[in-house]
Design a protein around this ligand. Structure first.
Ligand SMILES: Cc1ncc(COP(=O)(O)O)c(C=O)c1O
Length: 367
């Protein structure tokens, strides 16, 4: 039995007629750039995310960049972010011209450690970027308290957390401006690139609208030096079709996570722990074992595709050698990078596939 890491083709077949009809309609009307579908999706995704405004942009990377720039964060400003994240979180900080200040994560949920955030605050700190890694919300109570105490902005990186909630409130509704990614493999993924900024502030939303469209609100009247970073009309239409199905897809992922946990119990692997105040939406189902590389190769030999998210922490990437953070700077992040393994996870995963993955892991450990 071959089991892919993510299966986008099976999902496509369940939407095909609707997607083709929507795309055909856009092509017939020729409404390619900022067509009505973009506004419709923005309205619906704002509602879904519990905020007043959503602005569709080209990528999740751009969403974080425009969120920072809309908050006037740039050269001379420090932004605190976790070392344990996908590099885009930090790329957005440097693209804005600000200085990333990395901190370690908590071992129980892989998310940014609030105590480390508190220690990292300086006079130059302007913002914190909590990342809701793998779909589990970061410790927002503590982060909001730190931000209030020091007068800092919050930019949530919700790229992996569409529909995740913290104390019943959606991720992407806590920060001053927040970024989502619609990269195809995300829980809400486009058929190409896409991203969005969510915010309650109409002023911030308007600034992001300017940044994404050459810095203009009115054609040929350029208020800021923006960029071309628009959410594509075709992608917006596809995202609207998928948004309706997202709650059911997230539920399916949660059921799969329960089954994985049940079938893996008793084996020498650590399964993800869902914190009581969080509703995890399992963008990724990440286990831990000290024999990670051997297990990865064993499963690969059985036709089971896994991943590592992420094998090299940000501070050990050549791109960020200038931060002068040597190995040992973030012990938890570094330890996790050597032990984590992402198992196949997507809504259409079958019980038989999960049982096969778990049976193969049991076999590897000689159980
Ligand atoms: C945590 C995180 N932040 C940011 C991004 C960037 O999103 P995109 O690939 O849409 O630029 C991603 C996904 O790729 C991500 O996983």
């Amino acid at each position: 039995m071959n089991i892919p890491f993510v299966d986008l083709q099976t999902q496509y077949l369940s939407l095909r007629d609707e997607v083709i009809a929507k795309v055909d309609d856009i092509f017939r009307r020729g409404a390619f750039i900022l067509g009505d579908e973009v506004g419709v999706f923005e309205r619906d995704f704002a509602k879904f995310s519990g905020v007043k405004n959503c602005v569709g942009v080209a990528t999740g990377c751009d969403a974080l960049l425009w969120a920072l720039k809309a908050l006037d964060i740039g050269p001379g400003d420090e932004v605190i972010a976790p070392a344990n994240t996908f590099i885009a979180t930090v790329l957005a900080i440097t693209a804005a011209g600000a200085t990333p200040v990395l901190v370690d994560c908590c071992e129980d949920d892989f998310n940014i450690d609030p105590a480390a955030v508190e220690r990292a605050v300086t006079k130059k700190t302007r913002a914190i970027i909590p990342v809701h890694l793998y779909g589990q919300p970061a410790r927002m109570d503590e982060i909001i308290a730190i931000a209030r105490r020091h007068g800092l902005k919050i930019v949530e990186d919700a790229a992996q957390a569409h529909g995740a909630t913290y104390r019943g409130r959606p991720c992407g509704s806590f920060g001053d401006a927040n970024g989502f990614s619609f990269y195809p493999g995300k829980n809400l993924g486009a058929y190409g690139d896409g991203g969005a900024v969510t915010t309650d502030s109409p002023e911030i939303a308007e600034r992001v609208r300017q940044f994404r469209n050459y810095g203009q609100s009115k054609k040929y009247h350029h208020e800021v030096a923006g960029w071309n970073s628009r959410l594509d009309t075709v992608q917006a239409a596809i995202l609207s079709a998928k948004l309706q199905r997202l709650p059911a897809w997230n539920e399916a992922r949660r059921r799969h996570a329960d089954r994985y946990r049940e079938k893996l119990s008793g084996l020498p692997v650590v399964t993800p722990r869902e914190r009581a105040e969080c509703r995890h939406i399992y963008h990724l189902f990440v286990i831990r074992t000290q024999r990670r590389d051997e297990l990865l190769a064993f499963l690969d030999g059985r036709g089971i595709s896994c991943g590592i998210h992420y094998p090299i922490p940000i501070h050990l990437q050549r791109a960020y050698a200038n931060l002068n953070l040597a190995r040992g700077a973030f012990p938890v992040t570094e330890k996790l990078a050597g032990e984590i393994l992402s198992l196949p996870m997507f809504p259409e995963l079958s019980d038989a596939q999960i049982d096969h993955v778990c049976g193969s892991i049991a076999e590897f450990f000689g159980d």
